[in-house]
Design a binder for this molecule. Sequence first.
Ligand SMILES: [Ca+2]
Length: 388
Amino acid sequence: MDSKQPLRITRRRFMTSSAAVLAASSFAPETWASTGQAVASRGPFRVIVDTDPGVDDALALLLAMRSPELKIEAITPVAGNVPLELTLPNALRLVEIAGRTDIPVAAGAKAPLVRRLVTATYAHGENGLGGAVFPDPTTKPVAEPAAEYIRRVVRKYPHEVTLITLGPLTNVAAALNADPELAGLVRGLTMMGGSLSGGNITPAAEFNVYVDPEAARIVFQSGIPITMVGLDVTRKTSLTDEHVRVLEAAQNPVSQAAAKIGRNAINHNRERGFLVGPNMHDSLAVAAFLDPTILKWQEYYVDVETTGELTAGETLGYSPVAGDLKRRPGAEKEAGAASMSIRGSAPTLASTKTSPVVRDKYGPNTNVGVDVNSARFFELLIGRLAGK
Ligand SMILES: [Ca+2]
């Protein structure tokens, strides 16, 4: 990708995307919006859930399928936590458990765009569900591959479809590569991925972006208004024994399956020596879409490191009001901020590049979740999974 191309997102489009607007409402200085807003009164919103189940994907998918605000147009599994040979049947198992075989499941990419697949079986068990075993699915995927399915649904409902991505961004990048106009037709993209505060699979990179950094870079530079739910917030969510007990006590197939997966995940975490329960990374992304007031947000220009020997997959957040670039409140719109350039590494002698400037002008492309009310998140997650 030519890094000199003009950023295709406009501020107007960024700010008028629904997710960004809802999120912006919680930028304000007050702490948590304690409106207890009835989220069920919103929507329904057309979404596609792209996923690599995956322990926390499983609970996230069950949450999505139990949420009346969502009209799930498709579930598109991708290789990530485990290979596609497992993420695809796991996704099919989950639609059967939720009684939602009406939702099309379209098989996605077997490998990242230009890299060998690195999986996370250390965290998700050999079967991807933390060792929790469920019957083989009888439901079949649709014939169309995921990237084509995403493309067709977005074209069918222009400006209506939000992509909720819970795995590496390979499927979405493939769809964008196949159809240059597609990004302009997507309503928004809410991702679990990235981090502005260090990684989990390397000190620099969060797993989903690490697995396919080139795909992530295409997505961040696409112009789609992005909502990023990364490790900065997902690390603050831990599933506990008490959560699992509530799920176990609720007598419905979704709560029972969630309890089984959750119980296995907690035990697995303990065996690996961790002090706190597993983070609910992916469920938080779904919850952030359902009720953005659960998180606090800050806008950034986010880009992805793709060439580092140790750092590929690192997400960088540029902002005139953050870090060393911080300006006094209210000054972010002033001349200095407006003329702030996006600076990358110094050019090497061998390179044809002469300037470290990657983009001439700052403009946000992403709302980044920077804090979360974990209690409210678990109220939503456990409440929906346990509900009748
Ligand atoms: Ca995932």
